[in-house]
Design a protein around this ligand. Structure first.
Ligand SMILES: CSCCC(=O)C(=O)COP(=O)(O)O
Ligand code: MG
Length: 227
C-alpha cells in the first residue's frame, strides 16, 4: 500500500496516554483555572470563554470566578471536552510548558513513527479536542524535544468541529486541500473513526494495552496496537 498523503493524528490514547492528559495535565490545570481567569480579565480569549461558560451552564451574569471554576471542574471530572474548558486549559498548559513545569510524554513508538512517515513524504496534522494553543505547546515541549516541525496543521473542536461529526472531517479535508481518500486518521475512539470514515477518509484504530479503548470494538476499521 502506498503512503497516504496526509496522516492526521489524535492525541489522548493515540500519541500520549490518557493518564498524561486526564491526570498530569488536568491536575495541573485544576487549581490554576480560577487564577488564570482573574489574572487575564482583558484577554479576549478569556472573556469569550467566560461568556460561553455562563451560557452553557446557565449561570447568571453575577456569577463570579468560584462559580465558573465549579463548572469547569465538573466538566473535567466528567471528561466533558467543552470548548471554553479546552480553551482555558490550553492557556494554562501553554504557560506550564513555557515555565518548565510540564513536559509532554509520548508512547515510545510515536516519535519513530512520526519521523518515519515524515521522512517518507507523508504530511502530518493533529486533530484533538485539546485547543490548538495547547497542542502546539505540548508538541513543543516533549521528552524527545520540540516536535512542532513535524506537523503542518493543528485542528481542534473550534477550527474543525466536534470529533464525532463527519462535517468536521470534511472541513479539515478542505483546509488540507486533499481528496478524502488521501487522508488517514489515527484515533483510539471508534466513534471518531466512524465519523472520519463517513467523510471518506482512511481510518486506523489505535487499541493500546491499558488504555480505555484498548479492548474496544473497532468494527470495520483497521486496528493496530502501536504505531
Ligand atoms: C495539550 S493537548 C491535550 C489534549 C486534550 O486536552 C484532550 O482533551 C485530548 O483529547 P483527544 O481528542 O486528543 O483525545
Ligand atoms: Mg483520543
Amino acid at each position: 500500500m502506498s503512503s497516504p498523503t496526509w496522516v492526521v493524528l489524535d492525541i489522548e490514547g493515540t500519541l500520549s496516554s490518557t493518564h498524561q492528559v486526564l491526570v498530569v495535565l488536568y491536575d495541573y490545570a485544576r487549581p490554576r483555572l480560577g487564577p488564570w481567569i482573574d489574572g487575564h480579565p482583558d484577554d479576549p480569549a478569556v472573556v469569550e470563554a467566560v461568556a460561553e461558560i455562563r451560557e452553557l451552564a446557565g449561570l447568571p451574569g453575577s456569577a463570579g470566578t468560584p462559580e465558573l471554576v465549579a463548572v469547569l471542574h465538573d466538566w473535567m471530572d466528567r471528561d466533558q471536552k467543552v470548548g471554553p474548558l479546552k480553551a482555558l486549559q490550553g492557556l494554562v498548559w501553554q504557560q506550564g510548558y513555557r515555565d518548565g513545569d510540564l513536559l509532554a510524554e509520548l508512547f515510545p513508538d510515536v516519535v519513530p513513527a512520526l519521523k518515519s512517515w515524515h521522512g517518507n513524504g507523508s504530511r502530518l496534522a493533529v486533530f484533538s479536542s485539546g485547543s490548538v494553543a495547547g497542542q502546539v505547546a505540548f508538541f513543543g515541549h516533549t521528552t524527545e524535544g520540540d516536535l512542532t516541525g513535524l506537523f503542518e496543521h493543528h485542528f481542534d473542536t473550534v477550527n474543525a468541529g466536534p470529533k464525532r461529526e463527519e462535517a468536521s472531517y470534511r472541513a479539515i479535508a478542505a483546509v488540507l486541500d486533499a481528496p478524502a481518500d488521501e487522508i488517514v486518521f489515527y484515533s483510539d475512539v471508534p466513534a471518531e473513526l466512524h465519523a472520519a470514515a463517513a467523510a471518506g477518509w482512511g481510518t486506523v484504530g489505535v487499541a493500546r494495552d491499558g488504555e480505555p479503548y484498548g479492548d474496544a470494538d473497532f468494527g470495520p476499521h483497521r486496528t493496530v496496537r502501536s504505531l
